[in-house]
Design a protein around this ligand. Structure first.
Ligand SMILES: [Mg+2]
Length: 433
């Protein structure tokens, strides 16, 4: 909160009460005006803050800064006061008052150079659990990277633990340096660590686009369709060939869809009904919509399967491939342009243009190699339980199976999510395994 200043010790023995901690040399007895930082700590109770300010108001002082936090019932209240002519008198009065309500007072006289730190980066740690060892390793790495931790807050206690550190990094290449160094620690300590630039840009995101298969929903739609056609093995063989790099996405899609030729169109509805959202998907989209985000999906899967879901989630944008249907049967072909890796990035750009959102204010979330271009194009690219090739290009990689982790990366807390839900009568915490 406050920069450190010169901290002379209170020389007046009458002031050296048990609950007063002041350091260094004697106070200026009467003399030039100086700033004073008052820090009050102790068990929180009603009336402490009002009592402190009642005493201050009797001394007609002006405030430069005030900050108060209550951590598990313990109050920490800091007040930076300007132009105090007689700090000793003020100290005596504050000690008297605070002692009366069983609080500790720390006075720093001459706390000049008031610089509330302006953090350069937000570092979000997500884990289940976040161990003390992991936190220790991350804080040690931040110190090694000359990044000072300005504040820490808990952003989530469900379904995973989330901690957000605002840090001030010095030296060059801070983005790359912090991200690379912390990614190594995160992998070693089995937590997720996201590094973002702090400030307005972080809070200015306005459009989010999700991949569908294995990101917004569990599993792959083409495999569900193939199961109905009894061609799972054929489809899996093509998928594996594509993963080996023998086929590009468009070719692999064509070959897989060919295996569905002759399937009754009613299968589409059956598969659409069987889709299971990724845990946290509904919460994430509901919350982002409340924040005014435009929300969309772009998929190498199929429009006919995704559209009911997109309608249910009230999404603003949907782009996917279209299965060709003739006389109530799938023909084994797709109509229109195939949505592939390049097509997904192009869709993100088109959605952003239509919503009037600059690309740096967009977020893309995906899991597969065909999401690489889209994540690269987005202002913030998040890899969700992703293949290594995508994790490498992502701004942050999430490795827990809960989509609401996206909210915590964006600076939304679990508390805020649940408070908003409670106002709408939604109260739901699903027990976790
Ligand atoms: Mg996917």
């Amino acid at each position: 909160m406050f920069a450190e200043g010169w901290c002379p010790r209170v020389g007046d023995a009458r002031l050296l009460r048990q609950n007063l901690c002041v350091s260094e040399t004697d106070l200026p007895p009467e003399g030039p005006k100086t700033t004073v930082l008052v820090t009050v700590t102790g068990r929180d109770k009603p009336g402490v803050t009002s009592l402190l300010f009642a005493v201050l108001s009797q001394h007609s002082v002006s405030l430069l800064d005030v900050e108060q936090v209550v951590i598990r019932g313990r109050l920490i209240l800091g007040v930076l006061i300007a132009q105090v002519r007689n700090p000793a008198t003020l100290t005596a009065a504050l000690v008297e008052a605070m002692h009366g309500v069983d609080m500790q007072v720390d006075m720093t006289i001459g706390a000049n150079g008031v610089h509330r730190p302006v953090p350069t980066h937000a570092v979000v740690i997500l884990g289940s659990p976040v161990t003390a060892q992991a936190f220790s390793a991350i804080s040690a790495e931040l110190a090694a990277q000359r990044a000072n931790i300005d504040s820490i807050r808990g952003v989530a206690d469900y379904p995973i633990t989330g901690l957000e550190l605002l840090v001030t990094a010095t030296g060059g290449e801070t983005d790359t340096r912090l991200r690379t160094a912390l990614a190594e620690v995160a992998a070693r300590e089995q937590v997720d660590v996201a590094v973002e630039r702090a400030g307005l840009a972080r809070r200015a995101k306005r459009l989010i686009v999700f991949d569908v298969d294995s990101t917004l929903i569990q599993g792959e739609v083409i495999e569900m369709l193939a199961a109905h056609a009894g061609v799972e093995d054929e489809v899996r063989a093509v998928t594996e060939a594509a993963m080996r790099g023998e086929l590009d996405f468009a070719e692999s899609l064509r070959r897989r869809v060919e295996t569905l030729a002759g399937l009754d169109v009613s299968v589409i509805d059956k598969v659409a009904d069987a889709i299971e959202l990724t845990p946290g998907a509904r919460t994430t989209i509901r919350t982002l919509r409340r924040l005014g985000y435009h929300c969309g999906v772009v998929s190498g899967g199929f429009r006919q399967v995704i559209e009911p879901l997109a309608h249910d989630l009230e999404l603003d944008f949907v782009l996917a491939n279209t299965l060709e249907v003739v006389d109530g049967k799938l023909t084994g072909g797709v109509t229109g342009d195939i949505v592939d890796r390049a097509g997904k990035a192009a869709a993100l750009r088109r959605f952003a243009a239509e919503a009037g959102v600059p690309m740096e204010q967009t977020v893309a979330v995906g899991d597969g190699a065909n999401d690489i271009d889209m994540l690269n194009a987005a202002g913030l690219g998040l890899a969700f339980n992703a293949k290594p090739a995508l994790r490498e290009v992502a701004d942050a990689a999430l490795s827990h199976p809960y989509l609401d982790a996206v909210l915590f990366i964006l600076g939304v807390t679990r508390e805020e999510v649940e408070a908003a839900d409670a106002r709408d009568g939604i109260r739901r915490r699903v027990p976790l395994d």
